[in-house]
Design a protein around this ligand. Structure first.
Ligand SMILES: Nc1ncnc2c1ncn2[C@@H]1O[C@H](COP(=O)(O)OP(=O)(O)OP(=O)(O)O)[C@@H](O)[C@H]1O
Ligand SMILES: [Mg+2]
Length: 371
């Protein structure tokens, strides 16, 4: 995956691995998906956002032996290190931003800060990396607090591992609702997918749970299912991705399949690989108008402006009789775009556009096709 940095910009795919339920294989997925993506030639960073530091340990790092970790980066005290300063190598093309127990103090430390400046710290730290990665995988702790908020704010994709044993489905809907709510509040639209893990096909219960996951979540599920594999536990203990420790194990095969699926499923805002990218089409001006009465402030956000309301948009208003018309001029290359209006702070579909697309985390987005 070597590139000419001057001609091929890297668009980093940032994937948060989230589930408030403990032990559903978040860390195992972060570490082993990262290991397989790196073996396939990608540059990968694992961000260990869990104070338990299991991902750091599973990648052979001793958190106790480090002077600085993500806590210092995210606390942003004077003279604090940048993210690049705390990253340590964990294999070829594979790096880790390590955690430590001190990370559990971050929420308390930032309690007085405004929500916006508390939750965007990881996003800013990743954006400031001088040498971007192809993938950043963020391993989250088993709760939906400040650290997970930071992960969701930074990520454009979310993987929710769900174990196919016990009563794992309890809580998954609640989690998806929480993610949708957060996404709305943080004004982001991540692509959320479910990964069935810890699967033992010999038990009827696991088969039934898997069938239920597929029925409930449909296309939002990965085709890959991660089977039980003792080699995954052993690899974590040895501090290595399973693909390096036991390349012919079921665990290695399943995470290799997942890596292939992830690489093939780039969400809209991620770029097509350079080799297959056609010559860039020229952008042109596209005008759309919002004319519902009673609005005091109307903005537009979509995948064309990173879902930041009115960023890169020329905005004007004029009166047509009684109605105030909000005109938005966008410069867009031919393609299909998803967007929503933000009307007096509320995110809503374009009432004048019947073209909509379902999202995995909430109400549909409006669709704009530029030919
Ligand atoms: N497919 C698998 N086969 C066998 N063991 C597995 C598998 N996936 C995970 N494990 C083991 O299950 C345990 C929990 O996994 P893991 O630590 O990845 O979960 P987690 O969701 O990160 O937990 P926490 O919420 O505490 O962070 C670990 O001991 C891990 O080695
Ligand atoms: Mg974990």
């Amino acid at each position: 995956m070597d590139r000419d940095a001057t001609t091929d910009p890297i668009v980093t795919r940032i994937i948060a691995i989230v589930n408030q339920k403990g032990g559903c294989a978040k860390t195992t997925t972060a570490v082993n998906l990262a290991g397989c993506l790196a073996l396939d030639g990608a540059r990968v960073l694992v961000v260990d956002l869990d104070p338990q530091a299991h991902a750091s340990i599973a990648l052979g790092i001793d958190p106790e032996a480090l002077d600085e970790n993500l806590y210092e980066v995210l606390a942003e005290e004077e003279g604090a290190p940048r993210l690049a300063d705390v990253i340590v190598p964990a294999g070829e093309r594979l790096h880790v931003a390590p955690s430590g127990i001190v990370l559990s103090a971050l929420e308390q430390k930032l309690a007085q800060e405004r929500a916006e400046t508390r939750t965007d710290r990881l996003a800013r730290a990743i954006a400031a990396l001088p040498d971007p990665y192809d993938y950043v995988l963020v391993d989250c702790p088993p709760n939906v607090g400040l650290l997970t908020f930071n992960a969701l704010r930074a990520a454009n994709e979310v993987i929710v591992p769900v174990e196919t044993s016990h009563f794992a489905l309890h809580g998954v809907h609640k989690l998806l609702e929480t993610i949708a709510l957060l996404a709305e509040r943080l004004r982001i639209a991540p692509d959320v997918r479910i990964l069935a893990t810890l699967y033992d096909g010999r038990t009827r219960f696991a088969r039934e749970t898997l069938a239920e996951i597929r029925t409930r979540f449909g296309d939002a599920c990965f085709d890959t299912v991660i089977r039980n594999s003792v080699k995954l536990r052993e690899a974590a203990r040895r501090g290595l991705p399973v693909a390096r420790m036991a390349p012919s194990s079921n665990g290695a095969a399943d995470y290799a399949a997942l890596a292939t699926e992830v690489a093939a499923h780039a969400p809209a805002q991620a770029e097509v690989p350079a080799e297959t990218r056609p010559a860039a089409p020229q952008p042109r001006e596209v005008v759309i108008e919002y004319r519902e009465p009673g609005a005091a402030d109307v903005r537009i956000a979509g995948d064309f402006n990173g879902w930041v309301p009115d960023r890169d948009v020329l905005s004007s208003t004029h009166q047509e009789g009684e109605t105030c018309v909000w005109r938005k001029v966008l410069r867009l290359a031919p393609g299909t775009y998803e967007y929503r209006y933000v009307v007096d702070g509320e995110w809503c579909e374009d009432p004048a556009n019947p073209e909509r697309v379902a999202t995995s985390i909430g109400p549909p987005n409006s669709v704009l096709v530029v030919r």
